[in-house]
Design a binder for this molecule. Structure first.
Ligand code: SF4
Ligand code: SF4
Length: 262
């Protein structure tokens, strides 16, 4: 797509708007990628749900490391709520911008399960923001089932705008960012992760119900969500800002035992 084409100009306009709204990350996925990669059931492919959908715009905001380091806490809980509001409001505005230009568009809220008790019964998201982020070139999926990004590791929250706008998609990231250090699994208070085969690049087996049950308890204590597996991940340039090249001495030793150079 030529730099001065109508589509390229439109993409820049949307990206600029997202930046002004305070979004840290912006990426564009071709809606056909869900089918192309076949990593989820067909029922979850955006064009199957919305046949007019051509593009999924994914935006993200960072989770400040010193705040998630207090988890589980009221401080992190407030931050989580703030990121949710910021994401949904920004996605609303981007969808509105596209509507104003004559395109079909709406946003899929970053959660969308109503209440954590619904996840205990059926721990499955209606729309995976993580997968959307991967297809929009923002990062790769880690052992802990989150989107790992070069900038913030897994310390990002995401939202998606579904549209029939035709703009250049980003490349899907090829280099796997996960170090397979296992620190996330080892740190989970519920032991929700079980290691896959040694040396496997796949995400861990995850008992999502265990994770949801713990979240239910934290919600009752007003210190929801958990996010320990996000807090401890050594990936992300954000760690350097706070002088944290890694997590703890124990974490470093554990990473090194897996051959990691952190
Ligand atoms: S969010 Fe907490 S309980 Fe859930 S998998 Fe991560 S560390 Fe475990
Ligand atoms: S903590 Fe280690 S294994 Fe877990 S997602 Fe991060 S890099 Fe991958």
């Amino acid at each position: 797509m030529a730099e001065n084409s109508k589509e390229a100009k439109l993409r820049r306009k949307i990206a600029r708007c997202a930046e002004k709204l305070g979004m840290n990350l912006f990426g564009v996925a071709d809606a056909e990628r869900w089918k192309q990669y076949g990593e989820t059931e067909q029922a979850f492919f955006p064009p199957v749900i919305w046949p007019w959908c051509r593009t999924v715009i994914v935006m993200g905001v960072q989770i400040f490391l010193p705040m998630i380091e207090t988890t589980p806490s009221a401080v992190y809980s407030e931050l989580y709520n703030t990121t949710n509001r910021l994401l949904d409001e920004s996605a609303y505005r981007i969808a509105n911008l596209l509507n104003g230009l004559g395109f079909r568009a709406f946003f899929f809220p970053r959660d969308g399960y109503g209440d954590i008790s619904a996840l205990v019964e059926k721990p499955e998201a209606a729309f995976s923001q993580v997968l959307a982020g991967r297809y929009a070139g923002l990062g790769t999926i880690g052992f802990n089932h989150t989107l790992l990004t070069p900038e913030y590791g897994p310390r990002v929250r995401l939202v998606s705008v579904i549209s029939d706008v035709n703009i250049e998609p980003d490349e899907v990231m090829k280099k796997d960012l996960c170090l397979r250090c296992g620190v996330c699994g080892k740190s989970c208070p519920m032991g929700a992760f079980s290691a896959g085969e040694a040396g496997s690049r796949a995400a861990a087996d995850m008992d999502k119900r265990k994770c949801a049950l713990y979240h239910q308890r934290l919600k009752n204590e007003f210190r929801y969500p958990c996010g320990v597996c996000v807090k401890v991940c050594p990936v992300g340039k954000d760690r350097k800002i706070y002088g944290r090249s890694s997590v703890t001495e124990e974490g470093i030793a554990h990473c090194r035992s897996f051959g990691s150079k952190i």
